[in-house]
Design a protein around this ligand. Structure first.
Ligand SMILES: NC(=O)c1ccc[n+]([C@@H]2O[C@H](COP(=O)([O-])OP(=O)(O)OC[C@H]3O[C@@H](n4cnc5c(N)ncnc54)[C@H](O)[C@@H]3O)[C@@H](O)[C@H]2O)c1
Length: 374
């Protein structure tokens, strides 16, 4: 049987440094008899030399477009350029299976080209749980930015925060945050911030809690809530009286009462300490958004957006960045890649029941939903 050939794309989205395939996972695939073509990339957190060292064949960026159609094209973020039909088998996050904006145009490229998209968000275990996700490091990175925003507000009230600095490792980021918050803690009567994490038992929630502990917050400064604590229904005063709120819940289809509202913030009066909300779940446009006090995304360049109603002193700002793990690109790629590897190792024997078959069924179902014009 001819070996399965995997072609790792160079990502093209600005500031994207993550990769779904680490050099360690590349080596495991090569050891298992796969052939691996890796596009060169100066943006990727892993150096080209790390892939070369394990024996991958390096190829120029963008060559996936003209690769033979039996090569499997692996990437992280969506393919956006152009409108041409896509004839290969692809593995990446395309963000079109939930009918997001532009879904039909994006999806029809695969069906028009007789291609197949295994969307990474829809690689699942038989029980529906995702095979690989980036949650832990999203919570970690989001909480880091929240701490920087808290310190910035105390030290430089009313001024823009500036872009989030880039680090090559999570310990470097944590060290930076520790140093950055020290003068703010001093200016805050030597009090460390108090944080509330909701969705604390999940992947993002664990990362949020661990970041707090890593920079030296005592456990009593971290309120960890999950379903039992929110069962009574929001809004919750405990949010307004914390300094930082990190939202990490995974919302199902059911609508829940909001965790915080303009009125609940106003009602807290002088007891309000809340200065920063980090919405890791980050669904500002969903009608289920449990934080209906903001409506736009923020970015690493401009990490916070203001809450404009009923909060003046202290000001309140929201972090809503939808690709947080990029900030800790190496650790998040290592984790994601090791979770994905067992599935990649079965690509050469896609059976009738496995993860790839389930993902192909999802693709086929979504294609059937395409409007006739596509
Ligand atoms: N911003 C980003 O870059 C980024 C990256 C990764 C994930 N996410 C998002 O973060 C969210 C969480 O992802 P995850 O992987 O941690 O999910 P998860 O399933 O591991 O954890 C979610 C947690 O939320 C809890 N929860 C659900 N509803 C709740 C409620 N009403 N009250 C209290 N707790 C509740 C669950 O019990 C669970 O513990 C998802 O929406 C995901 O899409 C964002």
């Amino acid at each position: 049987m001819a070996p399965t050939i995997i072609h790792l794309r160079a990502e093209t989205k600005p500031l994207e440094r993550r990769s779904p395939l680490s050099p360690a996972s590349a080596k495991a695939l090569l050891d298992a008899g796969y052939v691996l073509h890796v596009e060169r990339s100066s943006d990727r957190i892993y150096k080209d030399s790390e892939y070369e060292a394990v024996g991958a064949e390096m190829v120029p960026a963008g060559t996936w477009v003209n690769a033979p159609t039996d090569h499997i094209i692996l990437g992280l973020k969506e393919i956006t350029d152009g409108d041409s039909p896509l004839p290969h088998t692809y593995i990446h996050f395309q963000h079109c299976f939930k009918k997001q904006d532009g879904w039909a145009a994006a999806l029809s490229r695969f069906s028009r080209g007789n291609g197949l998209l295994y969307d990474l968000e829809f690689l699942t275990e038989p029980n529906g749980r995702r095979v690989a996700a980036f949650g832990y490091w999203a919570g970690y990175a989001g909480t880091a930015i929240a701490m920087l925003a808290w310190a910035h507000q105390i030290l430089h009230p009313g001024t823009p925060q500036g872009s989030v600095p880039v680090f090559d490792s999570a310990p470097e980021l944590a060290e930076h945050v520790k140093k950055a918050i020290a003068p703010a803690v001093a200016a805050n009567n030597n009090q460390l911030p108090r944080a509330i994490v909701i969705g604390a038992l999940g992947r993002c929630g664990n990362g949020a809690r661990d970041f707090c502990l890593t920079i030296g917050l005592p456990k009593e400064n971290i309120l960890e809530w999950d379903l039992p604590e929110t069962k009574k229904g929001g809004p919750f005063k405990e949010i307004a009286t914390s300094d930082i709120f990190v939202n990490c819940v995974y919302l199902g289809a059911a609508k829940i009462p909001p965790f915080v509202t303009f009125d609940s913030l106003a009602e807290a009066g002088d007891e309000r300490r809340l200065r920063v909300i980090c919405d890791v779940s980050c669904d500002p446009n969903s009608e289920n958004n449990p934080i209906p006090v903001y409506s736009t995304y923020s970015s690493f360049d401009s990490p916070t957006v203001p809450v404009k109603e009923k909060v003046e002193n202290p000001e309140l700002r929201v972090i809503a960045i939808d690709h947080l793990p990029t900030l800790v690109a190496r650790e998040s790629s290592d984790e994601f890649s090791s979770l994905l590897l067992p599935s990649l190792l079965t690509l050469n024997k896609r059976d009738t029941e496995g993860v790839w078959t389930r993902a192909q069924n999802t693709f086929n179902e979504r294609v059937k939903e395409l409007p006739a014009s596509n």
